[in-house]
Structure formats: structure tokens, C-alpha cells
Design a protein around this ligand. Sequence first.
Ligand SMILES: [Zn+2]
Length: 161
Amino acid sequence: MKRFWEKVDIRGEDECWLWKASKRAGYGAFKLNGEVVSAHRLAYSLVFGDPANWVCHRCDVRACCNPAHLFDGTRSDNMKDAFDKGRLGHFGGSKRSSFASSATGFKGVYVERGKYVARVWLEGKNVFIGYFEKAEEAADKFDAYVEEKNIGPSNKEIGLR
Ligand SMILES: [Zn+2]
């Protein structure tokens, strides 16, 4: 797949890797065995294996082929889980490097700009709940949010709170 990666402007892992060849509707287009496939989808498959359904961009840049910016839309829960566990903690670079919740010990609670922030994955999007002075407070707000939207499990449910 050297031919494929040659068409990608490979940069740092936190940057967008733009597709340099032809595009369709803003998405990179690559010819594979005579068939035109989406470059970002192929980039995802090469790194993570075939996606179950569509491949989405965390960065909202259609031409981006950085595997760290891509996720299977049907497996967003798994990605969220990996993200929470810090396995994808490098994603987003310095600005988001504090995302791993291991820093606070609570699910959905991260440290940003010296404050605690509660965030949740909802329908493939990272939703900001708010900034808080205390991690416990952020965890409670996170729990209230996931309970309201019925998208748990909350910190209470997994015994963290
Ligand atoms: Zn990107």
C-alpha cells in the first residue's frame, strides 16, 4: 500500500494528513483494483481492519487520512472506550493530551487548563458538559447527563462514584 500512503501528506500524529491526489465531494478518492474507494476509509482499514460501516472524521476534515482522526461510526462506543482508557490519548495532540480520564479517576472527567472538564461521547460527537473546580462535581454532572440521555454507564454504575 505504498502507492496509497504516497498520496497522503503524512505529518505528526496529531495533525491532519491531507490527501494529495484526486477528491470526490471533498473526500480523497483512490483507485483500488479498478474501483474508486474513499481514501480515508482505506486508511482506516489499513490500520484498524475493515470498518463495520462508515468511517467518520473526528477532525471534520474530509480529505484527512490520519488514522488517529478516523473512527468507525458504528463502533463509536469502542472508540470512546479506548479514548477513555487513554489508549488513544495522543489523539488531538497537546491541546487534548490531557483527555485520558486516568488523570482524574472518573469516567468522562478530564483535566483541561487547570480545571476539571466533563465530556461525553454522544452519537459520535464529543459533547462538552462544563468546567468544574472539583473532579467529583464534574463526575456528578457527567453522571446526570448520561442518565438523562440514557447513554450510561455513569460513574455510579461502574462504582467510581
Ligand atoms: Zn484530521
